[in-house]
Design a protein around this ligand. Structure first.
Ligand SMILES: Cc1ncc(COP(=O)(O)O)c(C=O)c1O
Length: 398
């Protein structure tokens, strides 16, 4: 069976994990800061804060922004529910924005349209999602958020290794935060690198990085200069900080990444250039072979960006014209040993969000959702596997 995605873990990764299992620290040891430093250097951001999942990373970013009940945020409706849920954890209201029907990406226009539905005095942040691993037009979207005076958070759970245009003639790497406040990554097994579960937030703001680190560990403060309970914190005789002391001034969470996971992450990160090249090669083969799909199916438009490090390979299929439902196509592919998946059901259609507020028709998202089907795509596939998938899909579609 060719699954739609799977991890790529080798002997070096396993050895890195075993090394930690034999060491003094399974968590909160030297591996986490080493992974954070390597990750920050790779993406070109001054600060990277590791955490227990992409969802935790999105929540921490919301906490660092100070989101609270009554605030509003804009979230593209084509994403995993986590992108919207993180704002709800803080009590903020979510306004869903539409996406381009052929790429699934939010645009400056769809963000602006959503802003027109928001209460400008309550709007605090815009989330963008680099869906499938393709970058949104961050330069144009960030000029919209700057003009509105709201924060910009990149959900880059799909897009580690992808480059984007900072301005004409100047490119950056997703995660460098040249145009945003925070970028959040996931290391779930199907993502470009994995730690089992895990996440990372990057930022250029040192104070925000400090807030992220504290909120990840119950809000505990261990720096004596920041303590306010001085009578408990310092020795009454010599005034020195008490060595056991810690202080909590705000609520925080246990969103820590373990050293076991960080060692796996650091080992995977070393292989990222190789993994990215492999994804580009397989994407190129999909592009070549997709001509056989005929006129009723094609790859999502962002799959045609040869530079992107894609996480998903999405086909857009006109199921109605083909005369088969998506379920029938998925079952016929499954019978040929080919897994597929749908990314994503528009979040505003989920009962939880429907009951909260009415979202107008979002035609780009409806059109994208009606046609999308993720095909097998992961580094350990062979080029022959891609041919097998494309031939099977062409056959199924007739
Ligand atoms: C776009 C997007 N955002 C957020 C998440 C949440 O990441 P995690 O599963 O690491 O919590 C995912 C994971 O699937 C995702 O695909």
């Amino acid at each position: 069976m060719l699954p739609y995605a799977r991890q790529s873990v080798d002997e070096e990764d396993i050895a890195a994990v075993v090394r930690v299992l034999n060491s003094d620290f399974l968590t909160t040891g030297p591996e986490v800061p080493a992974f954070e430093a390597a990750f920050a250097e790779y993406v070109g951001a001054p600060h990277a804060v590791a955490c227990s999942s992409g969802t935790a990373g999105l929540h921490l970013a919301c906490l660092a922004l100070g989101l609270k009940p009554g605030d509003q945020v804009i979230v593209p409706t084509i994403s995993f529910v986590a992108t919207a849920n993180c704002a709800r954890y803080c009590g903020a209201d979510v306004i869903f924005c539409d996406v381009d029907p052929d790429s699934g990406l939010a645009t400056a226009e769809t963000v602006r349209e959503a802003m027109d539905r928001a209460d400008r005095s309550k709007l605090k942040a815009v989330f963008v999602v680099h869906l499938t691993g393709a970058a949104v037009d961050l330069a144009r979207i960030s000029s919209v958020t700057q003009e509105a005076g709201v924060a910009l958070i990149e959900d880059a759970c799909h897009s580690l290794g992808t480059r984007y245009d900072i301005e004409p003639g100047r490119q950056g790497l997703v995660g460098d935060c040249a145009l945003s406040d925070f970028t959040v990554f996931s290391f779930h097994p199907v993502k470009t690198i994995t730690t089992g579960e895990g996440g990372m937030i990057t930022t250029r703001d040192p104070e925000a990085a400090e807030r992220l680190s504290r909120a990840r560990n119950h809000g505990l403060i261990r720096t004596p200069e920041d303590w306010v309970e001085t009578s408990m914190a310092f020795d009454p005789v010599d005034g020195e900080p008490n060595p056991w002391f810690y202080e909590q001034q705000d609520i925080g969470y246990n969103y820590r990444l373990t050293d076991i996971q960080a060692a796996l992450g650091r080992s995977q990160l070393r292989k990222l250039p190789k993994l990215a090249d492999r994804r580009r090669q397989l994407a190129e083969q999909y592009r070549r072979r997709s001509v056989s799909f005929g006129t009723n199916a094609r790859l999502v438009s962002s799959a045609h960006n040869p530079d992107a490090v894609l996480h998903l390979m999405v086909a857009l299929i006109d199921f109605e014209t083909v005369g088969l439902t998506r379920r029938e196509v998925m079952l016929r592919l499954k019978n040929r040993g080919i897994g597929s998946q749908v990314h994503y059901i528009p979040i505003h259609c989920q009962p939880y969000y429907r009951e909260m507020s009415a979202t107008p028709d979002l035609p780009g998202a409806s059109r994208y959702y009606a046609r999308c089907l993720s095909l097998p795509f992961y580094p350990d596939m062979t080029v022959d596997d891609v041919d097998t998938v494309c031939s099977a899909l062409s056959d199924v579609l007739g």
